[in-house]
Structures are given as structure tokens and as C-alpha cells.
Design a protein around this ligand. Structure first.
Ligand code: ADP
Ligand code: MG
Length: 263
């Protein structure tokens, strides 16, 4: 995948030929993937298959040894320095990172700030938006994720599901081109999973561009426009969720989906 496939107007996020090693361990072995605007891509695969590493390479939280990343049609410039690859331009990486929203497994809210303060932090301090405007937008977003009544609460006083919905609100406040979710419900008590999945489903219905790593197979099958099965650092199978979840073509994907659907 080169040229237009990565940088076309409607490509929100693209990676191509990505290899990532940790010491002797090659975690990504040539992954290419492009998310068009409005696509919801679910990424499934066994623990250790490289899902989180793939997601972390997109905002360059990890720098791949080989391959390229493009965000909103702009290729991130990388260069070799003392034998390792680094972003060539930190300002470019910061700017492009600002176009993405992340929601991780553990609710990474700032604990000394209220929900509202968490949500307006980046708009005010990174995007330099007027505070009153950021607050008005944050209130609308909190309403949308069902957290309006918790705007002045501190994270420690919230349930895991509420914290995760606040984290989603914070990501949305960046007005992101794409949202990246890494197992957003896997740290939650089972009874709190549904409320978070409902919020993510609403975002899918709004046509938000999302990459979602999840073990919630029924949810992935329902919300995604495309699914990717990662195995041992490679895309083993990719296609419409109806095929991946109901009629997988590879034996490995079939077994993986079977095991997880029956849980
Ligand atoms: P997944 O999210 O699919 O469970 P990960 O991407 O987290 O998989 O990890 C893939 C492999 O890379 C695992 O073997 C993991 O131990 C290893 N790994 C991930 N991050 C690091 C790191 N920072 N240093 C060393 N090894 C890592
Ligand atoms: Mg992971």
C-alpha cells in the first residue's frame, strides 16, 4: 500500500508494511491497514498477537522499525538516529496525535481533576480554545455519554464504567479524526460492560471513524464495518464482520471466534 492508498482524502489512519520488534521479539511482522473516514474496524486476536502494539504505533507511542504511518492523509516523517528510528519532527507528531482520541483498558483519567476538568484539559491547554467554549462543548459531550450529572465528580468517586465513559468524553473533546480503543471494557466488572459498549455503539452509528481492539465478539460483529484477525504479528484474516464472525476462512480465525463467542 503506497501513495493514494495511505494519503487519500478519505483515509483517516493508515499503516503500511509495519514491523515492530522488542529486542529479539518481532511483534509486528508487516502489517498494513487503512481506515477510511466512517469505518469502524474491530481488531481481534489472541493475547500477545500484537493488537496493542499495532494501536500504539499509530500515534508513534511505539516507533516501528519498518513501515509508515499516515494520519489524516499525512505521512509521519521518521529518521534514523544512533541506530534507531525516531520521529523526524516532534511538532508534526504532536499535531497529528492531536487528531486522534485514545481510550485504553485502564481508565487513564487525571485523578486530581474533576470529570469536566479532565474533558476540557486538552481543548484549553493544547488546542488553546476559549475556556467557556470548551466547557459548553464538554457539557454537550458529557450529556451524550450519560455523564452530565457527574461533571464535578472526581474519578475516584466513579464506577469503572463511569470512568471509562468520562475517558471517552475526554477523547471526543479533541474532535478527533479517529478514535482508537484498546480493550475498553476488559478491566470492567461484567455488569458495567454494557453501558460502555452502548456509548461506543452510538459513536459507530454517528459514523465516527474507529479502530477497536476488543474481546467482545458479539459487539464487534454488530458495530464494525470491517474486522481484522491478528495472529502472531500478521493480519491472518480480514473482511466484513458477517464473514469473519460467521464464516471465517482460516482455521485459526474460526477457532478463535468459536472460543470467544461461546464464553
Ligand atoms: P496484545 O495486545 O495482542 O495482547 P501486545 O501488542 O500487547 O499484544 O504484545 C505483543 C507481544 O509484545 C507480547 O509478547 C508482549 O509481551 C510484547 N511486548 C509488548 N510491549 C512490549 C514492550 N514495551 N517491551 C517488550 N515486549 C513487549
Ligand atoms: Mg493488548
Amino acid at each position: 500500500m503506497t501513495g493514494d492508498a495511505m494519503t487519500g482524502d478519505d483515509i483517516a489512519v493508515a499503516v503500511t508494511g509495519m514491523h515492530k520488534r522488542f529486542g529479539a521479539l518481532e511483534v509486528l511482522k508487516g502489517v498494513s491497514l487503512a481506515a477510511r473516514t466512517g469505518e469502524v474496524i474491530s481488531i481481534i486476536g489472541a493475547s500477545g498477537s500484537g493488537k496493542s502494539t499495532l494501536l500504539r504505533c499509530i500515534p508513534l507511542l511505539e516507533v516501528p522499525e519498518e513501515g509508515e504511518v499516515a494520519i489524516a492523509g499525512e505521512v509521519v516523517r521518521l529518521r534514523m538516529r544512533r541506530g534507531t528510528r525516531h520521529p523526524a519532527d516532534a511538532a508534526q507528531v504532536n499535531r497529528l496525535r492531536g487528531l486522534l482520541g485514545f481510550v485504553f483498558q485502564s481508565f487513564n483519567l487525571w485523578h486530581h481533576m474533576t470529570v469536566l476538568q479532565n474533558v476540557i484539559e486538552a481543548p484549553v491547554h493544547v488546542h488553546k480554545r476559549p475556556r467557556a467554549e470548551a466547557v459548553a462543548e464538554a457539557e454537550a459531550i458529557l450529556e451524550k455519554v450519560g455523564m452530565a450529572d457527574k461533571r464535578d465528580a472526581f474519578p475516584a468517586h466513579l464506577s469503572g464504567g463511569q470512568q471509562q465513559r468520562a475517558a471517552i468524553a475526554r477523547a471526543l473533546a479533541m474532535r478527533p479524526r479517529a478514535l482508537l480503543f484498546d480493550e475498553p471494557t476488559s478491566a470492567l466488572d461484567p455488569e458495567l460492560v454494557g453501558e460502555v459498549l452502548l456509548v461506543i455503539r452510538d459513536l459507530a452509528e454517528e459514523g465516527r471513524t474507529m479502530l477497536i481492539v476488543t474481546h467482545e465478539m458479539a459487539f464487534a460483529a454488530e458495530v464494525s464495518t470491517r474486522s481484522i484477525f491478528l495472529h502472531d504479528g500478521r493480519i491472518e484474516e480480514e473482511g466484513p464482520p458477517t464473514r469473519i464472525f460467521r464464516d471465517p476462512q482460516t482455521e485459526r480465525c474460526r477457532q478463535f471466534v468459536q472460543r470467544h463467542l461461546n464464553r
